[in-house]
Write a protein that binds this ligand. Structure first.
Ligand code: PLP
Length: 429
């Protein structure tokens, strides 16, 4: 709040496509999809129309003992789109709640099976899974976590396969594969007490858009099967086309035991999350009431009809506009425009996975020495971009683009130009 003495908040009056407009009429290109939620632009006419119809039909009803069409249709659609074998859908109202649901359900599954010792969770270093206590515990971004450490459950943290740290001459795949040895070792040693491993497939977003190779997911799936451990895929940020495929798990050809979805799920309109899981896990809870095996977890707005309707309208756009294929071109355009930045004296790496592109600013290029966080170089980029009419919100020293899929080639050029100038300014180049 104190920052805002010199960095005024930006009140937004309206939105249209990739653009946000403030009360003076100044426009800002939303290059980060309003924190990774928006897929098809602000005030998308098709999603708006679907929502207006839903609003005049049913705004909300409890999802206990009752049901409604958008919740059922959406669950069926998600099941048909997700990796085969994920056939059950549980709704929550935020990404964090989806993580809480997945970890509770994983633990409870083993409990129902009589394996009471399986209650620990394995997470990757630099991972992010949300802010509520359970989700915070399985994450590893110290800025958000350290203060609350005494309140959090104990987890096992395994070093990430983050390819930023690959050796010279080593490919990302080789590095990710090599790093898997650390995971394998942990799983082998603690298999009988581990409930699940959680990962953000392919991109650790909040951790600075750090990327790794699909081979890691493939090896993780195999190991989880071998050691009887659940695999929880947190696709809250990377789902719905961000990495180039509808779900990131698709690039490794794997099926997690739990798939957590939120953010882009509703096209960025309303809070909703979904946890997809297998018939096998569902069956472990299916019992007579007196056996007390049920998964008792609910949120007041679970499966809200308006949110489900927005999600259905967003999924319709994916099919009608062949979005995943159209995005290949957009992703290529983004890389073409941003690639020259790799030669910048204070840029260590320009990396991309599908519709996510990140530029890592460093103090010293050869040794990859980062700028001290206290210098807030990313904030300088943010301020410059705002002035120029672009909403960029670097994560520390990492400037990244995660735009809505309705961005045009010209808007991409503009975006990259502003980012380049902002980086020059922030690094005194
Ligand atoms: C944003 C995010 C979450 C948390 O979602 P909220 O809706 O903010 O609670 C969890 N996991 C990942 C990977 C995220 O990016």
């Amino acid at each position: 709040m104190k920052d805002h003495e010199w960095l005024p908040l930006v009140p937004i009056r309206s939105g249209q496509g990739v653009w946000l407009e403030d009360f003076s009429g100044k426009r800002y290109l939303d290059a980060i999809s309003s924190w990774w939620v928006n897929l098809f632009g602000h005030c998308n006419p098709r999603i708006n129309a679907a929502l207006k119809r839903q609003l005049d039909t049913l705004e909300h009803v409890l999802l206990a003992g009752f049901s409604h069409e958008p919740a059922v249709t959406l669950a069926e659609r998600l099941v048909s789109l997700a990796p085969a074998g994920l056939e059950r859908c549980f709704y929550g109202d935020s990404g964090s709640s989806a993580i809480e649901i997945a970890i509770k359900m994983s633990y409870h599954y083993w409990w129902n099976k009589g394996l009471f010792r399986k209650r620990r969770f394995v997470t990757l270093s630099n991972s992010y899974h949300g802010e509520t206590l359970g989700a915070l515990a399985v994450g590893d971004v110290s800025l958000y976590k350290d203060t609350y450490q005494p309140l959090l459950m104990d987890v096992i943290t395994v070093p990430s396969p983050d390819c930023y740290y690959r050796a010279e001459g080593e490919t990302c795949a080789q590095y990710s594969e090599r790093r898997f040895a650390l995971m394998e070792d942990t799983l082998a040693r603690h298999a009988d007490t581990i409930s699940a491993v959680l990962v953000e497939p392919l991109v650790q977003c909040a951790g600075g858009m750090r990327m790794y190779d699909p081979v890691y997911l493939h090896m993780l799936r195999t190991a989880c099967d071998r050691y009887q451990i659940h695999l929880i895929a947190d696709e809250i940020a990377v789902g719905f086309g961000r990495t180039g495929t509808l779900f990131a798990c698709g690039q490794a050809g794997i099926r997690p035991d739990f798939l957590c979805l939120s953010k882009g799920l509703t096209g960025g309109y309303l809070p909703l999350s979904a946890v997809l899981t297998t018939g096998e896990i569902y069956q472990a809870f299916y019992a007579d009431y007196q056996q007390l095996k049920a998964f008792l977890h609910s949120h007041s707005y679970t499966g809200n009809p308006l949110a489900c309707r927005a999600a259905l309208a967003s999924l319709d756009i994916f099919t009608e506009d062949n979005v995943i294929e159209a995005n290949y071109q957009l992703a290529a355009t983004m890389m073409e425009a941003a690639a020259p930045l790799a030669a910048h004296p204070h840029v260590a790496e320009v990396r991309q996975r599908g519709m996510i592109l990140a530029i890592e600013m460093v103090k010293e290029k050869e040794s990859r020495t980062p700028y001290p966080w206290q210098e807030r170089r990313g904030l300088a980029v943010y301020r410059y971009a705002l002035e120029r009419g672009v909403l960029l919100r670097p994560l520390g020293n990492v400037v990244y683009f995660m735009p809505p899929y309705v961005i045009t080639k010209e808007e991409i050029s503009f975006l990259v130009e502003v980012a380049r100038e902002g980086i020059n300014l922030a690094t005194n180049t």
